[in-house]
Each structure stands twice: as C-alpha cells, then as structure tokens.
Design a binder for this molecule. Structure first.
Ligand code: AMP
Length: 227
C-alpha cells in the first residue's frame, strides 16, 4: 500500500485547484502536474509546443487532445511520476480521461482517487475576474486581497499581473467549456468508483484539511474511499 496518491483534481477554473494541488503535492511529496502551467511555460519559452498552444490559451479554448496527450505520455515515459502525482487541469475531456486510464494501465498503474473540488459558478466568476498572479513564482492574489505593496509579490518580489485568459470573454468561454467538456468527466470517474466531492468553499487551510482527509481515506482502502 502506497502513502503517496496517484490522483486527479477536478473543479471549475477558479475553484482553487492550483493552490490546493500545490499543497497536496508538498504534503505527500509528489509532483504537482498542471497542464496549464506546462503550456504557459512552453508558450513563454517559445518552444514548438508553446507556439502550438498559445492561440488556444489566449482565446480560452481547449488545446487539442492529441497535443495534450503527447505531453502526458512523455511524463509517464520519463518514469519520474510512477510513485505518485496530482494532476491539476488534466484530464479535461472524456477522451482525455479514457486515454489517461489506458496510459496508466500500460504502465501497470492506477488512480487512487479523483477529487471534484466543488465551488459554484457564481463564486468562481468573482474569484477569476479579480484574480492576479505573480509572474515569478505563480502565487495568486485577488483585487480584494492584494499583496502588501501594489503589485509586487510578497513571496518573491515578482510582478503581479492579470492572466491573459482571465478577461471576461475568456472566463465566460472557459466556464462554458467546463460545463460542456469537463463536467461529464465526473460521471466517468463516478462510474469507476473513484470520484469524491470535496467542498471547496472556506479558508485555504480548511479546504486543504478536507482534501487530505479524503485522500487519506482513499489510500486506506477502497471501502473507506467510497462516496
Ligand atoms: P488552466 O491553467 O488549467 O486553466 O489552463 C489554461 C489553458 O491551458 C486552458 O484554458 C487551455 O487552453 C489549456 N489547457 C490546460 N490543460 C488542458 C487540457 N488538459 N486540455 C486542453 N487544454 C488545456
């Protein structure tokens, strides 16, 4: 029995997946794999992958499944993530979910748990419209909770900006896509008996504690994880 989860964190944009996936990763000592971060980084560096991804990201559209799955196959082929991982922002479509199952099976691996971090559309709209992100370390702020010195990151001194895809039009498109493409993934994982819903409203510490309880229960055994 492993004490390191192999897991997926689902939830609307703005539900707090990035923050919580980072905390889960530190708690269990597993990599935090955000496909959004991987694509943003590639776009910043101007790699071929980044050039392919940039237009889709700016419009708030999903990057085609074959491009995303190429990145995921490379991660598993590297062998570095076999001992546990937390995926954040992947899978995003039912096809990606099915393909992840196939890739895991080919490597003799399986998911321990899929968590749906539940926050209503109304709340995420408010969070996303006011969200500001550090270009240096990725720390997130909100116009209602800015860094001490405007707009300089408290953690690393980097510049804090609005993400290009946090404009009103792109936010509306991303949330629409979430309902259409990503919400059906919950059904897919519910049918596999892997899905646990965790309330994502509360302080960061409260939500982390709920997540860790849910993950520990799943790691303790399948009967404890059912829910
Ligand atoms: P995120 O930071 O997770 O909101 O991702 C930012 C953008 O990256 C998304 O709006 C998509 O354009 C792209 N992206 C990230 N992950 C995926 C994925 N699994 N499938 C398709 N597009 C993705």
């Amino acid at each position: 029995m492993t004490n390191r989860p192999r897991m997926v964190l689902l939830g609307r944009q703005g539900a707090g997946k990035g923050t919580q996936a980072g905390r889960i990763a530190s708690h269990y000592g597993v990599p935090h794999l955000s496909t959004g971060d991987i694509f943003r980084d590639a776009a910043k560096k101007g790699t071929p992958l980044g050039l392919q991804a940039a237009g889709y990201m700016e419009r708030g559209e999903l990057i085609p499944d074959d491009v995303v799955l190429g990145v995921i196959r490379d991660l598993f082929d590297s062998g570095e993530i076999a001992d546990g991982f937390v995926f954040d922002g992947f899978p995003r479509t039912a096809a990606q979910g099915r393909e992840l199952s196939a890739i895991l099976e080919a490597h003799g691996l399986a998911l321990d748990i899929v968590v749906d971090l539940d926050v209503s559309t109304e709340i995420v709209l408010h969070r996303l419209a006011g969200r500001r992100v550090c270009t240096g370390c990725g720390a997130t702020y909100h116009v209602d909770a800015p860094p001490t010195h405007p707009w300089v990151c408290d953690n690393c001194g980097g510049t804090v900006v609005q993400r290009e895809d946090d404009t009103e039009a792109a936010i509306a498109r991303r949330l629409e896509l979430y309902e259409a493409e990503t919400a059906p993934l919950s059904d897919f994982y519910r049918q596999l008996g892997l899905l646990v819903s965790v309330d994502g409203v509360g302080t960061t510490d409260e939500v982390s504690a709920r997540l860790i309880d849910a993950i520990d229960a799943a790691l303790a055994g399948p009967s404890a994880a059912a829910g």
